[in-house]
Write a protein that binds this ligand. Structure first.
Ligand code: SF4
Ligand code: SF4
Ligand code: FES
Length: 541
């Protein structure tokens, strides 16, 4: 593979790579604002300037400048190398690049920083980007001086509402155009543009429009400074108090890789943001998915229900045993409902109870009904693990839940054991059908028709409160990591299934998630989070 040298270190590059792309792949950081690996190159911030040695036998590109001579106390003609933006300059075999090793580059980076901060307000104490702002970080790394400009700064519009989710502060904007390029190139809705010139320029929304497509929150995420803020997150938390878990978005079958940022002191989730994965979501998420973090705490089933009334877990398990008395005599009258909303581990535990112990033959699958999809990321299937359930249950494939209610009406079943709260049928129809049965037990993280209609409902942890594996629409099994502590009496779904099985007198022995995973794939080594972490370097943001 062809190579270039950066500060004396030889690194490989792929055909078409720019210097910054090859450098980032090799773990070399070249400072940048306007460059983003998923967007076209604008090369307008000039933060990534580097010095490139001329090809052999060719003169170096030089700039004629005037330099201050302290002895003559005057400006004198001088020359210095012409620097190039690393985000735009293509690699060529044998190219020699000086980044941190060049005084000219260091000087240029400090000057670019100073220019960008000339009119920037000192908003850091109240800015939502504080703690993750490139302006702060690069000021420290490359400038580090106080402000020399004495004049009043240029004032521009502040707190401009761009749409239902985004607020713009033109004073903080460095006009890198990442947001403009994102809306045009990725969201396919080119409604942002730059108006005016020089230090008067600002980002505007097209006349008679709002920033209101399905990917508006990504504009805030790609903004390297605090110019775009999300209405949902602004003024809610300081990022240095937050921790991040590597989760999988539960919004649809795409299974976008995400970080769930949460405050461990209050056990509160604060935002979802994309995690780089070239194969699945690249660097992006849709608004629905980014806001879906709220489902970790909203609408939860915090305690067990017996006959619709709160109960302790022990009492609920005892009640479930009474309600399900008789299933051993006639397994053909037991229907088991798997859930496309739950992890592989939860579904595997229920499958084990159903097939190995009860001997139930009839499987159904519940989940959220189909919704709107698009050509970008969003799937019509609004469940994160439909494929996982289908692969686990194998043959015969579980039937859609609507068929369960038809079968109940036809008198086929006496008992239902179900995972999940979501069903694609009318809640009233479901409740009236289930009320005819001898025993209905559900294990659910959220309140919903299935939990309400059940004789006994056991409270499961939401995805953010447990580790789990989900198979996305491409067939990729992806692990989601626990962020929050369980709310109320909630326990992981697989654990509740195991407890229920034991209560019913079966030898269900799953005590840890690792045991469930080993039972699912006996030959696989115990999953390692660290191995996962090392597998995917982050390059965006
Ligand atoms: S709003 Fe942010 S992303 Fe958009 S141009 Fe300004 S600084 Fe760049
Ligand atoms: S496309 Fe689907 S998985 Fe991705 S962020 Fe949106 S809802 Fe979540
Ligand atoms: S990152 Fe290269 S010019 Fe902005």
């Amino acid at each position: 593979m062809a190579t270039i040298k950066i500060d004396g270190r030889e690194i490989p590059f792929e055909q078409g790579d720019t210097i910054i792309k090859a450098a980032h792949r090799a773990g070399i950081d070249i400072p940048h604002y306007c460059w983003h690996p998923g967007l076209s190159v604008a090369a307008n911030c000039r933060m990534c300037l580097v010095e490139v040695a001329p090809p052999p036998g060719r003169p170096a590109l030089q700039l004629d400048i005037l330099r201050w001579d302290p002895e003559k106390k005057d400006y004198v003609p001088a020359r210095k190398p012409k620097l190039v933006p690393a985000c735009q300059q293509a690699c060529a075999p044998g190219m020699e690049v000086l980044s941190e090793g060049s005084d000219h580059v260091e000087e240029a980076r400090g000057a670019v920083q100073e220019l960008l901060l000339l009119n920037h307000p000192v908003d850091c104490p109240i800015c939502d980007q504080a703690g993750e702002c490139r302006l702060q970080d690069y000021w420290l790394e490359h400038q580090g001086t106080g402000k020399r400009m004495q004049q009043e700064v240029v004032h521009k519009p502040k707190a401009v509402v761009f749409g239902p989710t985004i607020v713009y502060d033109a004073e903080r904007c460095i006009v890198c155009t990442r947001c403009v390029r994102f809306t045009a190139e990725i969201a396919k809705d080119p409604i942002l543009s730059v108006r005016e010139r020089g230090n008067l320029n600002e980002i505007v929304v097209s006349p008679d429009r709002e920033l209101d497509h399905d990917y508006t929150l990504m504009t805030e995420h790609v903004c390297p400074v605090g110019a775009l803020t999300s209405k949902d997150f602004r003024f809610k938390a300081r990022v240095w108090f937050l921790r991040s878990a590597r989760t999988i978005c539960q919004g649809c079958a795409t299974g976008c890789n995400a970080y769930l940022d949460y405050d461990p002191r209050t056990n509160t989730p604060h935002r979802h943001r994309p995690r780089d994965n070239e194969e699945v979501n690249k660097y992006w998420m849709c608004d629905e998915g980014m806001l879906s973090y709220k489902r970790a705490v909203e609408g939860r089933l915090g305690a067990a229900l017996v006959g619709g009334e709160d109960a302790s877990l022990e009492d609920a398990l005892a009640a479930a045993k009474d309600q399900l008395a008789g299933i051993k005599d006639d397994p053909a009258r037991v229907a088991v409902v798997l859930s496309a909303q739950h992890s592989n581990e939860d579904n595997y535990a229920l499958l084990t109870l159903a097939k190995t112990f009860i001997g139930a033959k009839d499987l159904y699958v519940s989940g959220r009904p189909l919704g709107r999809g698009d050509e970008i990321l969003m799937s019509e299937d609004k469940n994160p693990n439909t494929l996982g359930v289908m692969q686990l249950a194998n043959a015969p494939a579980p039937k859609p839940i609507a068929a369960l209610f038809d079968a109940i009406k036809a008198g086929k079943y006496s008992f239902v054991i179900a995972l999940g709260a979501e069903i694609e049928v009318e809640a009233k129809d479901a409740e009236s059908a289930l009320s005819k049965l001898k025993g209905v037990v559900t294990i659910a993280a959220h309140d919903g028709p299935l939990a309400r209609a059940a004789h006994v409902a056991l409270p499961a942890t939401a995805w953010a409160e447990q580790d789990g594996t989900y198979v996305n629409r491409q067939g990729l099994a992806q692990k989601s990591e626990r962020a929050l502590k369980a709310r109320g009496d909630a326990r992981p779904g697989w654990e509740l299934v195991s407890k229920l099985g034991k209560e019913l007198g079966y030898a269900m022995t799953f005590k840890t998630l690792a045991e469930v995973r080993r039972a699912m794939t006996p030959e696989a080594p115990a999953p390692s989070r660290d191995a996962d972490r090392a597998a995917k370097p982050e390059v965006s943001a």
